[in-house]
Design a protein around this ligand. Structure first.
Ligand code: FAD
Length: 389
């Protein structure tokens, strides 16, 4: 079947493309490249997520919106993915006294963002990628070194070394591929951590039903901090606190935790039977914006490029990190169209996307203030379509 695809490919040369990272963007990019008739090998540091459970306290729900859906649609994956997602046509604001206000994202109730678990989406995209001829995933391979002069990649699994001509780093915000580019003269790089962390909690189903309205992204704006909740297919909600690190650390005993939630999140507190143990057990995540330029380098031996969070990690408040990474795949596919699958030229052309991702990075930072502070006030109208883009 692989040979049939190659024979049917409109492109003269079939490249073997190495993608580092089989997360959301790596898997989707593998689908786009396989569709072009290229052979793709993905190296992923973790074991196959389809064979193990979710990481405790790190489930992460994504709001998938227009950008991401467009990319999925181009591969015929949109219906399948959205079939597992829950539509959220607006925000539900929770005032401190428990008053609820629904703010639709659009006058058209058919327009919605869609809640889906990141791990579920990753598993689905892995299935989609590995179902295509020419795509292979090598789990348990963490990239530890890349030499652009030789094209050699080193992995920690049994000291494996492979040689590649085209390598694309889809290995997330702390990308090892990007570290190689950073070490080269002429590469600009910055990372900016917020003074905020995030922690997940859960609101389980009540009597088999959703304990709150499922058709909304719930927000508890509390000025300096906030909590959000997104619905899950099992009728639970995943809640995420976005709090300053000092505030997260200050709740250091069960009494303080209960008292704080009873005072500031009273309506949610009543729906969280495991609040105290979950708060104590679940880890605190960090929030970072990464900027890097250029995103690619070409030597006599190889071409290296970056996509997704590896190229432009952003804070999650605009709900666009994964959506933007999916759009990267569409744009890179377009650049390959324009260059006749000349990867060095296509990755150079792909840099035109940086202007857009820089803007989204700034909007994501701005939207944190919007979500935690302004959505509860009269000012919300000014930016209420933010997460919907
Ligand atoms: P990742 O998902 O980080 O995947 C990288 C992959 O590379 C992983 O599988 C990793 O194991 C692997 N890897 C890493 N290093 C190596 C190595 N050295 N060798 C081999 N493999 C390696 N985005 C949205 O669009 N909407 C949202 O609502 C949203 N909400 C979010 C909420 C939170 C709390 C957070 C933290 C993020 C949110 N995001 C959201 C952002 C989204 O999760 C990321 O943008 C997205 O996961 C990026 O995908 P990626 O494939 O580029 O990177």
């Amino acid at each position: 079947a692989w040979l049939d695809i190659v024979a049917a490919s409109p492109y003269e040369e079939v490249m073997e493309v190495t993608i580092v990272g089989a997360g959301l963007v790596g898997c989707l990019l593998a689908c786009f490249l396989a569709r072009r008739g290229h052979r793709v090998i993905l190296y992923e540091r973790r074991d196959d997520p389809r064979e193990r459970g979710a990481d405790r306290g790190r489930s992460i729900n994504l709001a998938v919106s227009a950008r991401g859906i467009d990319a999925l649609r181009r591969l015929g994956l949109d219906r399948e993915v959205l079939g597992e997602a829950i539509a959220m046509p607006g925000r539900m604001m929770h005032a401190p006294d428990g008053t609820l206000t629904f703010q639709p994202y659009s006058a058209d109730r058919g327009h919605a963002i869609h809640s889906i678990g990141r791990a579920d989406l990753n598993r689905r995209l892995l299935d989609a990628a590995t179902a295509l001829p020419g795509v292979e995933v090598r789990f348990g391979h963490r990239l530890t070194g890349l030499d652009p002069r030789t094209g050699d990649l080193e992995f920690d699994s049994g000291a494996t070394t492979v040689r590649a001509r085209v390598v694309i780093g889809a290995d997330g915000a702390r990308s090892a591929v990007r570290a190689t580019l950073q070490a080269l003269p002429g590469t600009d790089f910055s990372q900016e951590y917020l003074d905020y962390g995030y922690k997940e909690l859960s609101i389980p189903a009540r009597d088999g039903a959703f304990a709150m309205e499922p058709g909304a992204l719930h927000i508890w704006p509390r000025g300096r901090s906030m909590m959000i909740a997104l619905p899950n297919p099992d009728r639970s909600f995943t809640c995420t606190l976005f709090w300053p690190h000092d505030q997260l650390a200050a709740l250091d005993d069960p009494r303080r935790i209960s008292a704080h939630f009873a005072e500031h999140y009273a309506d949610a507190c009543d729906l969280m039977p495991d609040l105290v143990p979950a708060y104590q057990a679940n880890p605190v995540g960090h929030l970072v914006t990464v900027r890097c330029s250029p995103w690619h380098v070409t030597t006599a031996a190889m071409t290296v490029g970056l996509v997704g969070d590896a190229a432009h990690a952003i804070v999650p408040f605009y709900g666009q990190g994964a959506n933007c990474g999916f759009q990267d795949c569409v744009e890179l596919d377009r650049c390959l169209d324009e260059t006749g699958d000349d990867f060095p030229r296509a990755l150079e052309l792909f840099e035109r996307r940086k202007a857009d991702t820089d803007v989204i990075a700034r909007l994501a930072l701005d939207n944190f203030v919007e979500m935690r502070d302004k959505v509860g006030s009269r000012l919300f109208l000014a930016g209420k379509r933010a997460e919907h883009a």
